[in-house]
Design a binder for this molecule. Sequence first.
Ligand code: ZN
Ligand code: ZN
Ligand code: FE
Length: 765
Amino acid sequence: MHDRKKRKRFFFSGIVQGVGFRPYLYRIAQRYELGGFVRNTPEGVLLEVEGPDGKLAEFFQTIMEELPPAAEVTHVEVSEEMIKGESSFHILESDQEGKKEVIIPPDIAVCEDCLKELNDPRDRRYLYPFINCTNCGPRLTIIRDVPYDRPNTSMSCFAFCAACRAEYVNPSNRRFHAEPNACPVCGPRLWLTASDGKRLTEYDADPIREAANKLKQGMCVAIKGLGGFHLAVDATSEEAVIRLRQRKCREEKPFALMVQNLEAASELVEIGQEEKRILLSPRRPIVLCKKKEGARIASAVAPGMRDLGIMLPYTPVHHLLLAYVGLPLVMTSGNMVDEPICIGNREAILRLKNIADYFLLHNRDILVRCDDSVEMAAGNNGMIIRRSRGWAPRPIMLNQSFPDVLALGGHLKSSLCVLTETKAYLSPHIGDLETPEARDFFLESIKIMERISGCNPDIIACDLHPAYWTSQLAEKLSRSHMLRVQHHHAHVVSAMAENGLTGCVLGIALDGTGYGDDGTVWGGEFLLADFTGYERVGHIAPYPLPGAEAAVKEPWRSAIGILFESFGEDWEHVVRKLSLVDTSLQLDIVGNMMRTGFNTPRTSSLGRLFDAVSAIVGVRRKVSFEGQAAMELQALVRGDSSKCYPFSVTEQGEKQILDLRPLIRALVDDVIKKIEPSVIISAFHFTIIEAVAAMTKALINKTRTRDVVLSGGCFQNKVLFEGLEARLRKNGVNVYTNREVPVNDGGLSLGQAVVAGALVKKAGW
Ligand code: ZN
Ligand code: ZN
Ligand code: FE
């Protein structure tokens, strides 16, 4: 067959810059002997090739089949061009025209090719702990400024040796324009110090092996990683783990683990298809997986939890260390409670010297703080619990354009978002804004994200809660416009925006607590919502929350609130019977608070209701971290329960109200009858699913919406999320939820940004 020559133009969008895409295309074009060029543009990568028609088709197929691990092509535009008679292929300089938009890729786990070289005694980078290439290595965390070129990174102080430079400039080399490219001759180095920062010179030969020895002896080693320091101890040693808890002032919050490989992981946890995919993704997050019965791990790692947070090595240092140690390691963020993760050598020694016995340091500076991301499998997909390393600063792509907005998020698990045109850039996870250090980190993150997104928004969005530190900051920043966005509206819109839903949806926000537009505390909301507004068409019937925010740490308060609401005159009797308070005085005080309303807002929160039930069944009356009660409750669910407690869905004016008092009364009955707690807890979960499904059904009929959006922190409860999703799908409902940002308050800033952007667009400011 006569194979005619043709010239084609391809335009790739998605994650295609800084991930080795151009040299990749170059190599494949060479393989097929095609002429043409490839060039970065502000919107993506432009490729023109010419050659025999058949070869062009094969070429394109190969491109899509063998994509570099960190690249993600979301869209390809193809058109035919006039033949130019080019026979060679070139990489051209970036197109500088148009809006200067710089896409900075996230950090990427060390790739297979680099690992092979790392373990090859003949390779010049044998055992070199900073090996990387265009397919892998640090990105965001070493950036000082944009564009992403070596002089703007913390690699700028390392001058290339001749061999590294040759790789860097050779388009057919895997290290062509690999900005952090380095080798033992010219690159960064590692060393080990004692807790006072004194270098242990005798170990210079192999600091990683020596760190491994210290870990095997039960010592705690602070390890400088990609986005910050980890504190590591032997995870099989009860003593070492307990000592770390004491020194870190972290009573019970679970620690993450790192294990050598998938096989080692499967000895500790159950790994399904989805867990495997997430564990092995180039982001290498912490993955929450169900702990195996009898897993050889210290019980102090994750007391009372169903899951273990587990991750695989993602830097060459981790690979070498885990191979030398041969044990699972606790790898927890190097910080004190409520403080951000440490990044500088001196900072780490100063702040961690009373926790770590040794420090494994290096001289490649970390410039952007980035914690490990946390993900889990939920339904047939992944769910992000904490969005940080490996995700940030990858933008969330929206299907319409917005004015520039800076959104500040909430108060706990915070993140911020810079929205510009069709892209929403979320900062790495910042955390709870309780300490001055965390707040400094927040301010630092605003600067970083504005630099990375190349915009300085005039419009600022924040939560409706007047007491949030971020709401007060929004006023202080005094940009031209400031918009306050209701908490659960922001949750719902975050999931709408990700899923490209622009019309009207039924948003179900099941959450801890958020400030309602009526001044009460919301958290079990059914909102008929679009980007610019919402109507609260339904909610959980409110109950008193004695002590307000204090209830977050003390589930017994929520329990007393819901019992007061459910049992009328008998409430005190029930509280005594369940021994929820220590003294009669305590009961009197709380009783008075509820009768007078002093420091006792009314709330429709489902999160607090989970806490309440946890206290009522005797799992938890107090917690040491937010969400602990609900997590321990979930851990006790057994199989498929079909026992359902009563509840009622009633109409009050225009609103649909979910009354859960009958559930509470029946549940308390079972507790008093000493029914097995796991039976009660399973029935409770099952009832909530049934009740929310019943509300949804009624509201769909009433509002004639087809699309239902699930968001809010309660959906991190896998039993609730998977159960409800399946139940709604069975009823023929289109169910959407967050996939690229957390369902918890970590995703709030995205929703706020889109609401504010849409409002401004509508108002035509
Ligand atoms: Zn590599
Ligand atoms: Zn070198
Ligand atoms: Fe929330």
